[in-house]
Design a protein around this ligand. Structure first.
Ligand code: DLL
Length: 433
């Protein structure tokens, strides 16, 4: 279902003309209103009036998370506090969080983009959205909440956690849509089984899952366990929150990025050079419809590529491929680049293991070591030791075949590894301690 035909199926030419107009406007505003940007543009020797085509975007400087930290808390705002109606913040693991401010218009635009995203996933009026994203400084809860209301669906603001109650409500209120992280969705699916409920007792039909990397194989596992369509949704606080990009139900391949509000670029993270459509690199986003805190060429650190082929759904906004991981989560083990999502795919394709795993990296005698802990299924757990050893060796061999490095695989008892209510933490890197 298309929420706004006019915007979502706008011919490319018109869309690009709109982008240019909005970009010019935005650059002029931040130049005049944000001292940080005035300085950056002056240093780069660009004036707002130099932006004559979308190609001129390249001439503008990048914005990094560090820039936001340096301007903590409100230094990036274009508006005085009387016009800021909400703030969110992303929980930095180290130091101060990054703060994002929204004007009333920003909240309206965000709600509209989230409503579009829900519609793309097949959600509409009459649907009951169980919103298990956390409410608070995290953008997931309130972002999905306002979008669901804007769409005219019913929103249950349950937030994350409280799993038993969550399932009781899901059952009693006949929730049709679940919004949660993929890892929490998995946890819920287990808890549903433990409460002796069957997926067919529930009314869930779609999960709108994101906020962390997950693999195609994980999607299959979730769809199978809950008998739903699992749709990938992407976003980040600095740019807005959830609803920057989403898969459409028709193709379920690649996430449409709402290009009337965001201009995506893919760059080589080392050199900063812009790459061609289709090449893999770091996603950089320029906001062109933000009021209180527009950002020029924000470096997301997320690794993906742009799919430029038209989509079967008729939307003209380009797609980005499922996020492979963050460049800062990429493990470099003895010179080999490893994304946790690749290990996840490999594990999910292995018969007898469950989608719960941990990756432990350490350094012993100056040599990096890699350990993968993965839970085995109840059925396999009761097998003979010999069979378990075979399973362990076969995963070790698969990793070796893929990366050419040795890995230690430890099989864990069913339900022994940590479960997550929000974003999962899969990697334990003891080298940094
Ligand atoms: O996670 C916003 C969000 C909420 C998105 C709910 C989707 C659903 P942050 O906490 O600022 O915001 O984290 C943003 O999470 O840069 C990615 O690294 C990662 N991320 C978000 N969505 C996806 C996804 C929210 N679908 C960071 N796939 C981003 C992979 C994702 N990674």
């Amino acid at each position: 279902m298309i929420y706004s035909d006019e915007m979502e199926t706008m011919p490319r030419e018109a869309l690009e003309a709109l982008q240019l107009k909005r970009l010019q406007n935005m650059v002029e505003r931040v130049y005049n209103l944000v001292p940080f940007y005035k300085k950056q543009l002056n240093e780069q020797n660009v004036k707002p009036e130099d932006i004559k085509s979308l190609d001129d975007l390249k001439r503008l400087p990048f914005t990094s998370k560090q820039d936001l930290r340096d301007n903590y808390p409100f230094g990036m705002f274009t508006l005085p506090m009387e016009h800021i109606v909400r703030v969110h913040a992303s929980s930095g693991t180290t130091g101060k969080p990054t703060v994002v401010g929204y004007s009333r218009r920003d909240i309206e635009v965000w709600s509209e983009l989230m409503a579009r995203s829900f519609a793309a996933a097949g959600v509409g009026r009459g649907d009951i959205i169980q919103n298990a994203y956390g409410y608070g400084l995290f953008t997931g809860g309130l972002g999905a909440h306002y979008g669901g209301e804007k769409l005219g669906a019913t929103v249950i603001p349950i937030s994350g956690g409280n799993t038993k109650k969550q399932i009781m409500i899901m059952n009693d209120f006949k929730s049709t849509v679940l919004t949660a992280t993929p890892s929490y969705t998995l946890y819920l699916s287990e808890a549903i089984k433990d409460m002796n409920l069957d997926k067919t007792d529930l009314h869930l039909k779609v999960g709108i899952l994101g906020a962390e990397p997950w693999s195609e194989e994980m999607r299959k596992a979730i769809e199978d366990k809950l008998d739903i369509d699992a749709i990938d949704i992407y976003g980040l606080s600095e740019i807005m929150g959830p609803g920057v990009a989403i898969e459409c139900k028709e193709a379920k391949h690649g996430l449409h990025i709402w290009e009337d509000a965001f201009i995506p670029e893919i760059i080589d993270p080392e050199t900063g050079d812009v790459l061609e459509d289709g090449e893999e690199g770091e996603l950089v986003i320029t906001t062109i419809a933000k009021d209180a805190m527009p950002l020029i060429r924000y470096r997301t650190r997320d690794i993906t590529r742009i799919i430029k082929d038209p989509c079967v759904c008729g939307r003209t906004h380009r797609r980005i491929e499922r996020i492979k991981g963050r460049s800062d989560d990429m493990l470099i083990i003895r010179g080999v680049n490893i994304f946790p999502s690749q290990i996840e795919s490999l594990l999910m394709e292995t018969e007898g293991v469950e989608p719960h795993y941990q990756i432990i990296v350490d350094r012993v005698d100056n040599l990096d070591t890699l350990e993968v802990r993965v839970e085995v299924s109840e059925k396999v757990f009761s097998d003979e030791i010999k069979q378990l050893q075979n399973l362990q060796r076969s995963i070790e061999k698969d990793v070796k075949d893929l990366y050419g490095i040795n890995v230690k695989v430890s099989l864990a008892e069913p339900k022994s590894l940590e479960r997550f209510e929000g974003k999962a933490k899969r990697v334990i890197d003891n080298r940094r301690l």
